[in-house]
Write a protein that binds this ligand. Structure first.
Ligand code: 5GP
Ligand code: ZN
Length: 140
């Protein structure tokens, strides 16, 4: 289902023009309007899901398959050294457009900054065991 006030629904379904690199029955891939690097591409499902956690299994599986295929074409085209495939869920995780999308970001060895970074902390064995058990319980 499309959502009336969602810009990515309109772009994915061709109601708003975009620099499209790929289009099939379920997905459209477009160049990001404010790219992190040249060739920064977004893969959007045509159906609206807020994020990967609320999307169905088929969409989540297929969007990553599609992203990997497009990433290979982006890498050949842009002649980059690496690619970040990134997907943000929720404002706290940096999501600004609340329609599921996967970023394909070309990376170059000459770049100084890493785009996807986090600070690593020491882990505490007892707490790790507790967290692992609690997550596992939700999955069983
Ligand atoms: P998020 O932060 O939600 O993971 O990523 C949203 C991305 O969408 C950003 O990189 C932003 O530049 C891009 N974006 C936002 N609005 C538009 C738009 O209207 N057209 C295109 N092509 N990209 C957009
Ligand atoms: Zn949408």
């Amino acid at each position: 289902m499309k959502k009336d006030d969602c810009i990515f629904c309109k772009i994915a379904n061709g109601e708003i023009p975009s620099d499209t690199v790929y289009d099939d029955e379920h997905f459209r891939a477009i160049l990001d309007l404010s790219p992190a690097s040249k060739g920064h591409t977004l893969v959007l499902p045509k159906e609206h899901f807020d994020d990967a956690l609320s999307a169905d299994e088929m969409t989540v599986g297929e969007i990553f398959k599609t992203a990997a295929k497009i990433a290979a074409a982006v890498k050949k085209t842009m002649d980059c050294d690496g690619i970040n495939i990134v997907q943000n869920n929720g404002e706290a995780a940096g999501q600004t457009v609340h329609h599921l999308h996967v970023h394909i970001i070309p990376r170059y060895s000459s770049e100084k900054e890493k785009i996807v970074t986090w600070v690593q902390h020491e882990s505490e064995p007892a707490e790790q065991k507790d967290i692992a058990a609690r997550i596992a319980a939700k999955l069983s």
